[in-house]
Structures are given as structure tokens and as C-alpha cells.
Ligand binder design. Structure first.
Ligand SMILES: *[C@@H]1O[C@H](CO)[C@@H](O)[C@H](O)[C@H]1NC(C)=O
Ligand SMILES: *[C@@H]1O[C@H](CO)[C@@H](O)[C@H](O)[C@H]1NC(C)=O
Ligand SMILES: *[C@@H]1O[C@H](CO)[C@@H](O)[C@H](O)[C@H]1NC(C)=O
Ligand SMILES: *[C@@H]1O[C@H](CO)[C@@H](O)[C@H](O)[C@H]1NC(C)=O
Ligand SMILES: *[C@@H]1O[C@H](CO)[C@@H](O)[C@H](O)[C@H]1NC(C)=O
Ligand SMILES: *[C@@H]1O[C@H](CO)[C@@H](O)[C@H](O)[C@H]1NC(C)=O
Ligand SMILES: *[C@@H]1O[C@H](CO)[C@@H](O)[C@H](O)[C@H]1NC(C)=O
Ligand SMILES: *[C@@H]1O[C@H](CO)[C@@H](O)[C@H](O)[C@H]1NC(C)=O
Ligand SMILES: *[C@@H]1O[C@H](CO)[C@@H](O)[C@H](O)[C@H]1NC(C)=O
Length: 327
């Protein structure tokens, strides 16, 4: 007992980060909603970064601080690449980038999604368990943390495989962190929330778990209507949903920005109190990029550096109350 206490004190000192409270404190899932600890629905709206190994220049405190104050984002998503130079190839490098973003979010008082950004995550479940064990042991006592354990299951990965993976990874997190929200991908690149709603995780695993919906707005309006329809179906069946990634363009990341369809999605998400993060803070030469070529972390908050998509999304974020307690 004493030994445990001493270790705890040392641990606490070693990992103390200057922390600012996130706007809604400790979150939980209540019914189909993300809520604060008294059960009132809250909405998180913000930006996703881009694959850690390809746009690492934005995986830092500077960017997170500017997303907080220049974009009015109350959440940042950190999509850590796994293959192609990601975590499996360079674990220390990618872990270091993740650590920088997590600690910046804790410091700035915004929520952070720790995203295992892979389509075949079930093939690397031992590494995912190891990674999320580490993250939950290190940061799980901060209410800022949200775990996204499986970004977008490839179209040929079955729901039973996704569930099997979740049943391996969730208990590893829960050993260290009983509270913070875990988000689980759904079939077909996180588009089939209806499939998850027909057969959700059971009560051994489902506490404070939400399920992922991803959408890209510049597809036909009938496709968007259909996607919202199956989302409503899933919500009516009791499924909590979290939009960890969406685009104003099509799912290739390119082509036109579609303000009309984007607005319909925002209206829908706001009416249903769904949280959402836009893809993405990057300068890749594609229209989903929120920043123009040449932007550095120090310019992320300067609107002169925002693309058409970036301006549309920033205007949306500034039109909403994201930090009610600080006015
Ligand atoms: C939860 O939100 C409601 C509505 O904004 C607020 O009245 C309540 O104090 C909040 N609870 C906590 C624990 O922050
Ligand atoms: C987590 O991983 C990092 C990087 O490998 C390491 O420095 C740290 O000690 C690990 N922490 C825990 C609690 O496992
Ligand atoms: C699933 O898709 C991947 C990538 O397209 C492919 O490599 C793999 O062979 C496919 N698996 C099955 C079972 O179809
Ligand atoms: C939940 O599912 C697991 C395996 O899929 C099973 O071992 C467990 O008994 C189930 N728990 C409940 C409460 O149904
Ligand atoms: C929406 O879903 C309902 C069933 O939930 C179905 O009857 C209806 O045809 C669907 N509409 C569209 C546009 O997909
Ligand atoms: C997405 O945009 C790209 C670039 O304009 C275009 O080549 C592609 O056909 C579009 N895809 C869809 C599904 O609209
Ligand atoms: C999506 O963008 C392309 C231009 O890349 C445009 O031609 C097309 O009409 C848009 N699709 C929809 C459904 O609005
Ligand atoms: C950016 O991509 C477009 C095609 O989408 C291409 O025409 C253009 O040359 C590219 N610009 C650079 C600097 O690579
Ligand atoms: C934003 O960037 C523009 C273009 O580089 C520059 O002229 C302007 O001074 C910057 N604004 C601020 C507030 O730094």
C-alpha cells in the first residue's frame, strides 16, 4: 500500500502537465449523446490533423494553440499513421508526435482524439493494445482524452471482425481509464452505422463507447440523404455516434468544395448533437486541405492562409459557442 502510494506520487510529479480544463469537463456517453458528467448533451467541433508522418509540421503546440484561439476549435483529432512510415515502422517518432499534440491539448483546454488511423487495424491488434495501454496509463486521468481505436475499417472488413478487435483493445484501455470516451469505426470506411446499430457491443464493453460516422459532402444529394437516413435509423436504435472526420469535398479529398451539402450536414449534426472534426489541417495539394501551400504552424490561425474549405469550416466554428464557460 505504502509502496503504491510512493509510486503514485512519483508518477504524478513526473507527468504533471500544466493543464487547462476542457470546456465541458469530464465527458461520458448518456443514451445516444456525448454529455457532460451531469448528463447534459454537449457538442465538440474542431479540426483533424493529417497523417502524422506526412504533415508532422502541424503536430505541435503551436498548431493546437492556434486551432483553439484562431479557429475556435474545442477539439483536435490526431490521426497517427500506422503503416507507410507510421507507428509500426517508426514507433518512437510517431509516439513523440502524438505526445506533443496530446500535451498541447491538455495545456490549451481542448479535447483530443487519439486516432489509430488504419484500415486493417485488426491485423495489428497486439500493437494497438500496447499503444493504447501506454496512452491510457500516461494520460487517462485527463478528461481531454478520447480514444479512436479504429479509424476506417476497409470495405472488405466485416462488422464481426471490427467487434472482435474492439473486444481486445477496449479492456486494455479500461484497465487504466474507466471513463474517457472510446470511438469505434464502423464498416465500409466508417459509413455503415446502421450495421453497428443492428448488433452493437454488449454491456461488457459498451460503457462510454461511441461509433464512428464519416461523410464527405460533395457527393450527390441523394447519397447524402441516404447516409443521413441510415444515421437516423442507427440513432433511433440507440447508437451513440461521433463524426470523427468529415470533408466539405468528395471522399477522394479533391474536387469542388460543396457549401450547400456541407451546410445540410452541419444542420443535421447540430440538430442531433453530433460532434464533428473536419479533414484536415494540412498543405497537401488537394481541396480538402484547410491551409494553402507554404503555411507553417505559426500561420495556422491567420485567415490569409486558409483555403476555400478552411474558410468555410472556420466560419462555421466561429458561428457556434464552443467555450461556454469562458464566455
Ligand atoms: C452540464 O451542463 C449543464 C447545462 O449546460 C450545466 O447546467 C451543468 O452544470 C453541467 N454539469 C457539469 C458537471 O459541468
Ligand atoms: C509509452 O511509450 C513511450 C515511448 O515509447 C515511453 O517513453 C513511455 O515510457 C511509455 N509509457 C508507458 C506508461 O508505458
Ligand atoms: C481487402 O482489401 C485489401 C486492400 O484493397 C486487399 O489487400 C485484401 O486482399 C482484401 N481482402 C479480402 C479478404 O478481400
Ligand atoms: C459480451 O460478449 C463477450 C464476448 O463477445 C462475452 O464473453 C460476454 O459474456 C458478453 N457479456 C454480456 C454481458 O453479454
Ligand atoms: C430511409 O430509411 C427508411 C427505413 O428506415 C426507408 O424506409 C426509406 O426508404 C429510406 N429513405 C431513403 C431516402 O433512403
Ligand atoms: C471527386 O473529385 C475528383 C476531382 O475532381 C474527381 O476526379 C472524382 O471523380 C470525384 N469523385 C466523386 C465521387 O465525385
Ligand atoms: C463535386 O465537385 C465537382 C467538381 O470537382 C462538381 O463537378 C460536382 O458537381 C460536385 N458534385 C456534386 C454532387 O455537387
Ligand atoms: C496541384 O494539383 C493539381 C491537380 O489537382 C495540379 O493541376 C497542380 O499542378 C498541382 N500543383 C502542384 C504545385 O503540384
Ligand atoms: C496574416 O498574413 C498576412 C499575409 O502574410 C500578413 O500580411 C498579415 O500581417 C498576417 N496577419 C497577422 C495578424 O499576423
Amino acid at each position: 500500500m505504502l509502496k503504491k502510494l510512493v509510486l503514485f506520487v512519483l508518477f504524478d510529479l513526473a507527468f504533471r502537465i500544466e493543464s487547462a480544463n476542457p470546456p465541458y469537463g469530464q465527458l461520458q456517453i448518456t443514451g445516444t449523446h456525448v454529455t457532460n458528467s451531469s448528463g447534459s448533451s454537449v457538442q465538440l467541433r474542431g479540426m483533424s490533423l493529417y497523417f502524422s508522418m506526412w504533415q508532422s509540421q502541424f503536430w505541435n503546440w503551436d498548431t493546437v494553440m492556434r486551432l483553439r484561439y484562431g479557429w475556435n476549435a474545442n477539439i483536435v483529432r490526431a490521426p497517427m499513421g500506422i503503416t507507410n512510415g507510421g507507428y509500426l515502422d517508426s514507433p518512437e517518432y510517431n509516439y513523440g508526435l502524438m505526445k506533443a499534440v496530446i500535451e498541447a491539448a491538455i495545456n490549451q483546454g481542448v479535447y483530443v482524439i487519439v486516432d489509430w488511423h488504419e484500415e486493417f487495424a485488426f491485423q495489428h491488434y497486439t500493437q494497438a493494445i500496447q499503444f493504447f495501454t501506454n496512452i491510457s496509463a500516461t494520460y487517462g486521468n485527463y478528461p481531454h482524452i478520447i480514444y479512436e481505436i479504429y479509424n476506417e475499417p476497409n470495405g472488405n472488413v466485416s462488422w464481426s471482425t471490427i467487434k472482435w478487435y474492439a473486444e481486445q483493445v477496449i479492456p486494455a484501455i479500461r484497465k487504466n481509464d474507466p471513463n474517457n470516451i472510446i470511438v469505434l469505426g464502423t464498416p465500409s470506411w466508417s459509413s455503415r452505422v446502421d450495421t453497428a446499430a443492428n448488433d452493437p457491443l454488449n454491456s461488457t464493453y459498451s460503457k462510454n463507447v461511441a461509433y464512428t460516422l464519416h461523410y464527405y459532402a460533395n457527393v450527390s444529394s441523394s447519397q447524402n440523404d441516404w447516409q443521413r437516413n441510415i444515421t437516423t435509423y442507427a440513432i433511433n436504435k440507440g447508437l451513440p455516434i461521433f463524426i470523427t472526420e468529415y470533408g466539405t469535398v468528395n471522399y477522394t479529398g479533391n474536387g469542388a468544395v460543396n457549401p450547400t451539402e456541407s451546410q445540410k450536414w452541419w444542420n443535421y449534426a447540430d440538430q442531433n448533437s453530433l460532434s464533428y472534426c473536419n479533414w484536415a489541417i494540412d498543405i497537401v495539394n488537394e481541396s480538402a486541405a484547410a491551409l494553402i501551400s507554404g503555411t507553417t504552424a505559426s500561420n495556422v490561425g491567420n485567415s490569409s492562409y486558409w483555403t476555400t474549405s478552411g474558410r468555410l469550416v472556420a466560419n462555421k466554428l466561429w458561428s457556434t459557442t464552443q467555450f461556454p464557460s469562458s464566455g
